[in-house]
Write a protein of this length. Structure first.
Length: 267
């Protein structure tokens, strides 16, 4: 906050408590994005969906993804980006019955969302959104968006497989107001240019996270921001910080980059 931060991505109870304190002490109009993460209440075989990750990614590679995408994940992404795409090659694929049995525990979901009562927006999904859309279970995302809206929040989807799943979600009846996607000047999953095309095609706000990840972007933070705001047209960027000085410097650069892009788009 002292570094100029006015909007926060919150996923743990301790952070939501600090956010509440900040609201009380400052009286400022701060924006909260609640991120229910993998504990949002989606279950398979009695466990959170996250625990079946190896089997899910194996299923996507073997049965769900188009062949070029399956090959990209199997031969490259599962090795280069192991935290997002890595999986046990010996895992068993999910059966059709198991995919059909994936479900949202509504009460677990509502309880999880209650953490974020001071937030205006909810980032639904994460890996769960990637997997649900890719497995043909976008109906669960539709249901989550409906409940989120009923509870008075604005539902957005945070996803990793942006270029692949956003078109699937957009062609469904999910009442999603915007997206958070991993995107910067050097890369995105599954493919940077495909992700840019999807972002530009949307009439909804997009938040770019990991805006400076990758090789040389930290040497040209302002250039990285200009590309996102001016060339791609994202609404905002989500960045991590550990010190007030870094937060202040990054916030100032981002605000200026955004204002500059807005001025140029009006000419």
């Amino acid at each position: 906050y002292e570094g100029g931060g006015k909007a926060y991505d919150l996923s743990f109870e301790i952070n939501t408590r600090l956010f509440r304190r900040l609201l009380d002490e400052t009286g400022d109009d701060l924006i909260g994005f609640g991120n229910p993460s993998w504990e949002q209440g989606i279950f398979l075989n009695g466990k959170y969906l996250q625990y079946s990750r190896d089997r899910i990614v194996k299923t996507l590679v073997e049965r769900s993804f188009p062949k070029p995408l399956a090959t990209l994940v199997e031969e490259k992404l599962s090795i280069d980006d192991v935290l997002v795409f890595g999986y046990d090659r010996k895992a068993e694929s999910l059966t059709d019955e198991e995919i059909a049995s994936i479900h949202l525990d509504k009460w677990a979901f509502i309880h999880r969302l209650s953490l974020f009562k001071d937030c205006q927006y909810i980032f639904l999904g994460g890996s769960d959104a990637d997997w649900l859309a890719s497995l043909g279970r976008v109906d669960i995302i539709v249901e989550m968006a409906r409940i989120t809206r009923q509870l008075g929040f604005v539902p957005m989807v945070l996803c990793q497989y942006a270029s692949y799943i956003i078109p699937i979600i957009e062609s469904s009846s999910a009442a999603i107001e915007g997206y958070a996607v991993p995107l910067n000047r050097e890369w995105s999953w599954m493919d940077r240019d495909a992700c840019v095309d999807v972002v530009k095609s949307l009439k909804k706000p997009v938040v770019a996270f990991m805006p400076f990840a990758g090789g040389g972007l930290r040497q040209d933070i302002r250039g990285a921001m200009d590309w996102l705001f001016r060339d791609v047209g994202v609404e905002s960027i989500l960045y991590g910080t550990a010190t007030p000085d870094h937060a202040r410097h990054t916030s100032e650069l981002a605000l200026d980059a955004r204002h500059t892009a807005d001025k140029q788009s009006h000419h």
